[in-house]
Write a protein that binds this ligand. Structure first.
Ligand code: SF4
Ligand code: SF4
Length: 235
């Protein structure tokens, strides 16, 4: 089996290249394949890894333009491996996630007005899956809106806003809801790409839909809808 890897090194000339690597026969994950290449073929190959069991989210990357965790994915002949989109590539498959992390700060996705309420098991279940986010950034990389609007808050931040806004202990969700009106809930096209790639089974598209309802309860409406002309001008 042969796979291709998009390589990048600012110190190299040329800095970018797509290189092919032959792998031994046998069952292996993409992470094991990358480790094989690094130890047996090219020690300069760079990639992130952590828990090796789909928990830490460190090894998120793209295969054939689809986000995967390398430790969860079994490569097939002809696969092309590349780094996550919309992140600065530091070297090969290693990206800098700090800029994407800023969306959590911008969206103010934390408890703002702790009201001391006890959380019943049924209430905990409402946001249980959203709490499983491992910040792998796969959804962020898959989102087509970020290609045209780099300021878009993106799926994982909006999922986290939903998680906290729906928390019974939150006594004042307004700061969060206010923070996601610009380049936030209304900019999502509800395409579902984020949901399709999430390794944790989280559905950011649905969370954003729920946040639109919460926004409406706070007096906001879709700015695209309010800007529409219905042909009543002049009457
Ligand atoms: S559903 Fe929205 S947030 Fe998710 S990928 Fe599509 S545009 Fe981005
Ligand atoms: S929502 Fe899913 S895909 Fe997005 S960062 Fe969290 S775990 Fe990763």
């Amino acid at each position: 089996m042969t796979i291709e890897i998009e390589r990048y090194d600012a110190m190299r000339e040329p800095s970018s290249a797509v290189l092919s690597y032959k792998l031994p026969d046998g069952d292996m994950t993409l992470l094991q394949a990358l480790e094989y290449i690094k130890t047996k073929i090219d020690p300069t190959l760079s990639f992130d890894k952590g828990c090796r069991s789909g928990i830490c989210g460190s090894c998120a990357m793209r295969v054939n333009d689809r986000e995967v965790l390398a430790c969860n994915y079994k490569p097939v002949d002809g696969d092309k491996v590349s780094p996550l989109r919309y992140h600065e590539v530091q070297r090969d498959l290693i990206v800098d996630k700090s800029a994407a992390r800023q969306t959590l700060r911008k969206s103010r996705s934390w408890l703002h007005g702790y009201n001391g309420a006890a959380v019943a098991i049924a209430q905990e279940k409402i946001t249980e899956v959203q709490s499983d986010c491992i910040l792998c950034d796969s959804c962020y990389s898959a989102c087509p809106v970020l290609a045209v609007n780099p300021d878009f808050l993106g799926p994982f931040a909006l999922t986290r806003v939903y998680r906290y806004s729906a928390d019974v202990r939150e006594g004042d969700a307004k700061p969060m809801i206010d923070a996601v009106q610009q380049s936030g809930v209304w900019d999502c096209t509800l395409c579902g790409e984020c949901t399709a790639v999430c390794p944790q089974g989280i559905d950011p598209k649905m969370d954003i839909t729920m946040l639109r309802s919460t926004s409406a309860q706070h007096g906001y409406m879709d700015p695209n809808f309010s800007a529409m002309s219905f042909g009543f001008g002049g009457f």
